[in-house]
Design a protein around this ligand. Sequence first.
Ligand SMILES: NC(=O)c1ccc[n+]([C@@H]2O[C@H](COP(=O)([O-])OP(=O)(O)OC[C@H]3O[C@@H](n4cnc5c(N)ncnc54)[C@H](O)[C@@H]3O)[C@@H](O)[C@H]2O)c1
Length: 383
Amino acid sequence: MTRRSIGIVMNGVTGRMGYRQHLVRSILAIREQGGLALADGTVLWPEPILVGRNEAKLRAIAERHALTEWSTDLAAALARHDVQVYFDAQVTSERVQGIEAAIAAGRHVYTEKPLAEELAEALRLARLAEEAGVRHGIVQDKLFLPGLRKLRRLVEGGFFGRILSVRGEFGYWVFEGDWQQAQRPSWNYRAEDGGGVILDMFAHWRYVLDEIIAPVRSVQCLGAVHIPERVDEDGKPYDCTADDAAYGIFELEGGIVAQINSSWATRVFRDELVEFQVDGTEGSAVAGLRRCRVQHRATTPKPVWNPDLPATEDFRAQWQEVPDNADFGNGFRVQWEAFLRHVAEDGPFPWDFYAGARGVQLAELGLRSWREGRRLDVPELAR
Ligand SMILES: NC(=O)c1ccc[n+]([C@@H]2O[C@H](COP(=O)([O-])OP(=O)(O)OC[C@H]3O[C@@H](n4cnc5c(N)ncnc54)[C@H](O)[C@@H]3O)[C@@H](O)[C@H]2O)c1
């Protein structure tokens, strides 16, 4: 069996996503299983080159995982003849310049979302990548979550009849950083650093709605900065300039109404950190990260409103668990494998930079809708 190496510059591996999901759970996991078997019998062997700003942190990660290649010089890393792919998991505000440099160096590009902070920039990157003839892809991990894969299976199987509405709840309490350390980096709460829950989460909701339910046609969004001051990684108080909650209403093709709350200032009384309830004429489902439960028309009870009596029914017990019936694997890794196949053997990969741009478009329109206090159409993007 022949083994073919593929050099991947991984920028931002000292961060939460870059390290855990992309380096450890994806690229190193692929190496641990012996590489990626291609259709022609060749085994593709990813060779990560770690890139970042902090030499000590990069060296520590490299040593921990017996890797030898790391650099604080992005241009030099991109110029290496053994590099084919650039991957970006930096803070959002640094993304455009990293990707631009990679495209200029002729490398294929794969990136965390959001692709950019503004739609015009996202589209510019998409066109640059096309003109350069490089492959381009964006992380759309929620599509690969077991709960949402089961939901998609239900939609494709016609379980719902006519879908009427979707109600999504995403969020949890992010500590302010004073008496307990915050569990998200402080840049998330500063608009000038690419923060904000709208930019962060609408990039996800776009592909979740478009691909699993129906294309998004309009958005109405009310954002909020509920916590005006937080304490950063160095214990210094700072002003929050970015939204930490967003209350969105989306109209989808076919008249489906989706409402999604996204908040870092809410406490969880749910089974999972994100849950979507989909109601249809034939049945309903509640899907989370891992679980998906259904209630069919035929098993729907008939509750009667009577506030004088305590509830006698256990409503949650009236739902049925959808079985996995498959091994879903880590979503980030599944998508990495698809991107590597796209580069190495022309495998299909629908989640290109234009898909990334659609995510940025929804975030941009959401922010504008909030600012202007009105509902906005979501036009098709020209390629
Ligand atoms: N797909 C998902 O579910 C998901 C989840 C969380 C975050 N993300 C995205 O991943 C990216 C990284 O998020 P994260 O939570 O890992 O952030 P993080 O703060 O933990 O990591 C950011 C990385 O960028 C680097 N960096 C480069 N320039 C920087 C600068 N000027 N200031 C600060 N850091 C700089 C840091 O060193 C670090 O390696 C963001 O674009 C975010 O939107 C995606």
